[in-house]
Design a protein around this ligand. Structure first.
Ligand SMILES: NC(=O)c1ccc[n+]([C@@H]2O[C@H](COP(=O)([O-])OP(=O)(O)OC[C@H]3O[C@@H](n4cnc5c(N)ncnc54)[C@H](OP(=O)(O)O)[C@@H]3O)[C@@H](O)[C@H]2O)c1
Length: 249
């Protein structure tokens, strides 16, 4: 894999995945890691990592700024050039407070849907030509290998079957919708060699996961990255946990 793009790269799982990717055997480390975040000037840890690793390129992206996506894509294209983009990780996301139906607010539903669902879908749409270029460049990849990948970081809270606690309307609906989008991506991109999957990263100690989460960021991200690297055509359109185990919709 030569190039990748990850959103929400400045902290939490996004930053953790970049560190885990850098810790892989040298031959598996992408030559270009485009790390998108809302406020590059305040992303001190990411800036420090980029200062030590010249393959990291930081770009600004606010998920809600949908009008910027074409210009952002041009910036990514200028970085990856003819090679295209091998891997897109739609990671940036927001959580929600636990609400029963009586406390649901429309503005929270809309904001969460914009960041967690509209953002990943529209970014994928814009970036698609770069993924297609990479897939064409990787045409000779072994049988069954993904020629380019889209990873939507989802959540088990988006699973219908696993929903026994109710509540969490905005977050659950936004992640269920991104799961639905992943299946459409699989269908729409048939024949391109591009594989799309959604992954629940586990309950992890980040700002979103909170201090009670059982998983540490570094360990979870190592497992996540291992799973992402092994995505092949057989995984296309599926919903997986951080170890690649299939989850119920
Ligand atoms: N942690 C868990 O237990 C858990 C479980 C299941 C799924 N997930 C999913 O994993 C992904 C990463 O979550 P996390 O735990 O790493 O959360 P986090 O620590 O809260 O980090 C969230 C990241 O998303 C970025 N972000 C939020 N709103 C954004 C916006 N409007 N535009 C651009 N970037 C934005 C944040 O940037 P700023 O620093 O600028 O805010 C930050 O980089 C999310 O999609 C989340 O739903 C997490």
């Amino acid at each position: 894999m030569k190039s990748m793009l990850i959103t929400g790269a400045n902290r939490g799982l996004g930053f953790g995945m970049i560190k885990a990717i850098l810790n892989q055997p040298k031959e598996n480390v992408p030559q270009i890691i485009v790390a998108a975040c809302r406020k590059p000037d305040e992303a001190n840890e990411l800036q420090a990592l980029a200062a030590e690793n010249s393959n990291i390129r930081i770009l600004q992206l606010e998920s809600k700024d949908l009008d910027r996506y074409p210009a952002f894509t041009k910036e990514v294209a200028d970085i990856v050039k003819d090679g295209g983009l091998d891997l897109l990780i739609n990671n940036a996301g927001i959580g929600s407070r636990f609400h029963r139906i009586g406390m649901v607010k429309s503005d929270e539903l809309i904001e969460t849907f914009t960041v967690n669902t509209v953002g990943p879908i529209m970014l994928t749409k814009n970036i698609l030509p770069l993924l297609k270029s990479a897939a064409e460049k990787n045409a000779n990849a072994p049988q069954g290998a993904a020629k380019a990948k889209i990873v939507n970081i989802s959540s088990i809270l988006g699973s219908m079957q696993a929903n026994t606690d109710g509540g969490h309307y905005s977050y659950r609906c936004s992640k269920a919708a991104v799961n639905a989008a992943t299946v459409s991506m699989k269908v729409d991109l048939k024949g391109t060699g591009i594989c799309a999957v959604c992954i629940h990263p586990g309950w992890v100690k980040t700002a979103m996961g909170g201090p009670k989460a059982p998983l540490e960021v570094d360990k979870a991200c190592k497992r996540l990255v291992n799973t992402i690297m092994q995505i092949s055509e057989e995984h296309n359109g599926g919903f997986y946990d951080l170890d690649g185990k299939k989850l119920a919709w």
